[in-house]
Design a protein around this ligand. Structure first.
Ligand code: F7E
Length: 344
């Protein structure tokens, strides 16, 4: 049994990771920040809220981090806490840097001082690849050309973990995770925005799904499988870096088409750029339109990962196909009415 600290327990990955660690028999602590929702809806939804221990931690407070590590004395730290929405990072670049980059520097310095033998998992991201040339399939040697304040902040954190590994012998693993989704995904991310909208359409709620860049292609996997990869990295004898991905890229347009198909609606696409729309091919009802306010100032157009190193060394491969992922999320959102995600 290990004592494990997860920074960012309130997020999708924190909840799934905690569930898997608890199932292994670990003692699991999670950090949450002031202002984060205190209902812990995701741990509650997974039925693990009562088994977790919580610590109020802000990545902006070095002393807070030091005292928390001193009190908990974790064997392993999964560092997931972040400002994780790429779109917002353009409007809040310094906040994004403070939490994601400087926050990681504070955590690593605290680990070095208080619990130098604790293993550290760093939530690195495919966004670091950024401006991908051609339709490259990206592995651990791919060039990093970040395209957002978020990506730059995560790349800085990625390199900081590398430096602590080389300079101080930190057991630091860097998981370069491509997009991973689930029914617990935050509603601001495009996949959940789409599946919630499809749920609303299935319930005959009025309105249209308004999206940004329909051409963006992402490599979308199922989040519980991705947190399993994190644990596999952290329980190796040697710390290392791994790309975690499915190997398939699909566009936002394809994701929306699959999501509507899951409720029996065939979308017919027409128009271009800001005028592109999708109608229900059977009834003619307008279902999707483009809203340029969701376009990002700089976009990552293509991300597709090669996880063969993880397959070789960790025995990990993605097993949930995109179609199954979409169906699972849509079925959940059809069953679970929420405030409408449709636009007029
Ligand atoms: O956007 C396009 C958008 O916000 C995906 C985070 O977990 O994964 C996530 O980052 C794509 C982008 O995720 C809308 O422009 C079109 O090209 O779902 P997203 P993301 O930016 O890929 C990586 C791996 C992380 O590390 C991040 O933390 O979809 N898109 N229309 C839209 N995106 C949003 N959010 N909303 C739209 O209406």
């Amino acid at each position: 049994m290990a004592r494990v600290l997860i920074t960012g327990i309130s997020g999708q990955d924190g909840a799934f990771l905690a569930r898997q660690l608890l199932a292994r028999g670990d003692e699991v602590w999670g950090t949450y920040r002031r202002g984060a929702e205190r209902t812990f809806s995701r741990p509650t939804a997974l039925g693990i809220h009562e088994q977790l221990r919580y610590a109020l931690v802000d990545m902006a407070e070095a002393g807070n981090l030091i005292r928390t590590l001193d009190r908990i004395q974790p064997d392993a730290i999964y560092h997931l806490a972040a400002q994780s929405f790429v779109g917002d990072s353009f409007e809040q670049p310094t906040y994004t840097f403070d939490v994601n980059a400087t926050g990681t520097a504070r955590l690593l310095d605290a680990v070095r001082t208080v619990t130098p033998r604790a293993r550290v998992y760093q939530a690195s991201t495919s966004e670091m690849f950024g401006d991908v040339r051609g339709e490259a399939v990206l592995d651990e040697d791919g060039a990093f050309r970040p395209r957002s304040p978020y990506a730059i902040s995560k790349l800085a954190a990625h390199h900081l973990v590398g430096v602590h590994r080389d300079a101080y012998g930190l057991f630091g693993c860097r998981g370069i995770l491509f997009n991973h989704e689930s029914e617990l995904r935050g509603t601001e991310f495009v996949t959940r925005k789409i599946t919630r909208a499809v749920g609303a359409v299935a319930r005959d709620e009025p309105g249209v799904l308004a999206l940004g860049n329909l051409d963006a292609r992402r490599d979308w996997g199922y989040a519980p499988e991705y947190v399993d990869a994190m644990i596999r990295m952290m329980t190796q004898d040697t710390p290392d870096d791994y790309v975690i991905a499915t190997g398939r890229a699909a566009s936002v347009r394809e994701f929306a088409t699959l999501a509507f198909a899951a409720i029996g609606v065939t979308l017919a696409w027409s128009g271009r750029d800001a005028d592109e729309v999708a109608h229900d091919a059977a009834t003619g009802a307008l279902r999707v339109r483009v809203d340029p306010t969701f376009w990002r100032p700089a976009e990552v157009g293509w991300l597709r990962g090669d996880a063969s190193k993880a397959a070789r060394q960790l025995g990990w491969t993605a097993t949930t196909a995109l179609e199954s992922l979409v169906r699972r999320m849509v079925e959940h959102d059809v069953r679970t009415p929420t405030a409408s995600s449709l636009s007029p």
